[in-house]
Design a protein around this ligand. Structure first.
Ligand SMILES: [Zn+2]
Length: 126
């Protein structure tokens, strides 16, 4: 009886320690992910301040990032409203929209530069 209880106690302690380690690892991983995202956003802002649109020559600036964020939020809201009962996965390709002509740009982290995306066909409205 006492041997069984001591084994149960040991197993229980091991599970507690494993859970504490798991929580610590997750917290550190989340911290790294948040820092990486902040760094990428900062690099994008710096690149946008120095980049011009290859179509119209307008400065992209932070307005281009804000336009892209607003467009993304609007698209997600539309999808949430029309498909609220579904789960879906979206991949964001554009990170900047030219304030002058509406050209869309992706962001290349390796080169810290914006790359013009081909025009998308107009979306069908439902
Ligand atoms: Zn432009």
């Amino acid at each position: 009886m006492s041997l069984l209880w001591s084994w149960l106690e040991i197993i229980s302690r091991c599970i507690e320690i494993a859970l504490l380690i798991l929580v610590g690892v997750v917290a550190v991983a989340v911290g790294f992910a948040v820092r990486a995202e902040k760094r990428t956003r900062q690099q994008m802002r710096e690149a946008a301040r120095q980049s011009r649109c290859v179509r119209c020559g307008a400065l992209l600036g932070e307005e281009a990032l804000a336009l892209a964020d607003a467009e993304w939020a609007k698209m997600r809201d539309e999808l949430d409203r029309s498909h609220f009962y579904r789960r879906y996965r979206m991949v964001r390709t554009w990170r900047a929209i030219c304030p002058g002509c509406g050209a869309r740009y992706s962001y290349q982290e390796a080169t810290r530069a914006f790359v013009l995306l081909p025009d998308e066909p107009p979306r069908e409205s439902s």
